[in-house]
Design a protein around this ligand. Structure first.
Ligand SMILES: *Cc1c(COP(=O)(O)O)cnc(C)c1O
Length: 414
């Protein structure tokens, strides 16, 4: 061990000859001159908490029309703004708000639009954590949350009450994949002045155009296709109406919800390939779904582009493509344990929740326990047993189909 006293750099060194500052000051304020003109396709990653104002007048003018745009790194950086504008262009929105996850985007919609005493209608096949969120609002915040049959269509009008403020939609719904008649639901909502929000994650905002349909808000889990790498968590709330955006934006600010510029960069990096990736998932998923529809172990293939899927006609009317996520319903002669064994026997399909990346996934679901409103199985379905959700990644479909065939034959053996 040394017995020397550590030297304090701020007092030991002499000022630099260039600008008369001590080394410790230069470490903070180096006064660099980076040559301008480096023009790249890749947007810069602007990290920053502090936003520097040129003077106090500029700082104090923040928020006045036509004045300072940037205020604080939590709310926006040029990198997040670039992503916002890019997403709005893709989905046909005016404004985008970024959130730390898809679930936070759902949460923002609830907290911005609902007050104690209000009522909200949610489809019975809604994304699971959205349902839990609604239940929390009902239990602790005095909001009534009611679940409707996703195939209700124009029948939603009869459920709207004077205090109904919001109708959620998801198209197709999570796990069971019903495609709602969103036109009929929007028409009923508009007639009564009720706002509509859709979780449009499945189409990544490309194959279903919510704003052209008169839907007020679109929610995206950017975690899925927009990131595409299974390595980023982020969500977005998109809208077209300026006043509505202002309400959403204010709630986001008060909640202190921001996103990392590095994560924005990762999503921005993946956006140019989004349409091409989605088309590849679409082609592959339809091929696998059609193969599965010929299998004796499978009683229904719930893929929006196939006849079996409830709401297939609405998918044809409203969508310009399908994505990589769908489900199969196995014959009720198989027990849950057998279906679990089938999923675990798959070698090309990983077991995991978050889809949208390059890797294929499989998960079994016991649907009746997820549907308190009782809208499952649909009337007239024979031998509807356990459900398996499949996500088709970017592998060669010949390998995926061979894997499914082997696992079906060894574990279910029709
Ligand atoms: C994954 C998902 C979400 C939530 O996204 P996270 O970023 O994982 O919170 C929301 N809605 C749907 C339909 C999803 O699939």
């Amino acid at each position: 061990m040394s017995d020397q006293t550590p030297t304090d750099p701020s007092t030991s060194a002499t000022p630099s000859e260039d600008d008369g500052a001590y080394p410790q000051t230069l470490a903070v304020q180096p006064g660099l001159q980076i040559p301008p003109g480096f023009d790249s396709f890749s947007p810069p990653t602007w990290r920053g908490s502090t936003v520097v104002f040129r003077n106090l007048a500029e700082l104090r003018a923040y928020g006045d029309a036509g004045t300072t745009y940037w205020r604080y790194g939590l709310h926006a950086t040029p990198t997040s703004e670039t992503l916002c504008q890019h997403l709005a262009k893709l989905e046909g929105a005016r404004d985008t708000l970024l959130l730390p996850s898809g679930l936070a985007a759902i949460s923002l919609v609830y907290f911005a639009l609902l007050r104690s005493g209000d009522d909200v209608l949610v489809p019975d096949n809604v994304y699971g954590p959205n349902r839990e969120h609604g239940e929390w609002l009902a239990r602790d915040f005095g909001v009534t949350v009611r679940y409707y049959d996703p195939m209700i269509g124009a029948g939603i009008a009869a459920l709207i009450r004077p205090n109904t403020r919001l109708i959620w939609m998801e198209s197709p719904g999570s796990v069971t994949m019903e495609v709602p008649d969103s036109e009929a639901i929007v028409a009923a909502a508009r007639e009564r002045g009720v706002l509509t929000a859709i979780d449009n994650t499945w189409s990544a905002g490309l194959y279903f155009r919510p704003f052209d349909k008169g839907i007020d808000i679109s929610v995206q889990a950017l975690t899925k296709y927009q990131s595409g790498g299974s390595d980023v968590l982020m969500g977005a709330v998109l809208s077209r109406d300026e006043a509505l955006h202002a309400r959403l934006k204010r709630t986001r600010m008060l909640m202190g919800w921001g996103v990392s510029a590095d994560d924005c960069f990762l999503v921005l990096r993946a956006l140019p390939s989004l349409p091409v990736r989605l088309a590849a998932h679409d082609r592959a998923a339809r091929e696998v779904a059609e193969w599965l529809s010929q299998r004796p172990e499978v009683v229904k293939v719930l893929h929006p582009a196939l006849q079996d899927c409830p709401g297939h006609a609405f998918w044809r009317r409203d969508f310009s493509g399908a994505s990589g996520l769908f489900a199969i319903v196995l014959h009720d002669r198989y027990t849950r344990a057998q279906v679990d064994a089938f999923v675990e026997a798959l070698e090309r399909f990983a077991i995991g929740w978050s889809w949208g990346g390059a890797h294929s996934l499989a998960l079994p679901y016991h649907v009746p326990s997820m549907r308190p409103a009782g809208s499952w199985p649909p009337e007239g379905w024979q031998h509807a047993g356990e459900l398996v959700r499949l996500y088709i990644g970017l592998e060669d479909t010949r390998d995926l189909i061979a894997d499914l065939r082997r696992a079906l034959e060894t574990k279910l053996g029709a």
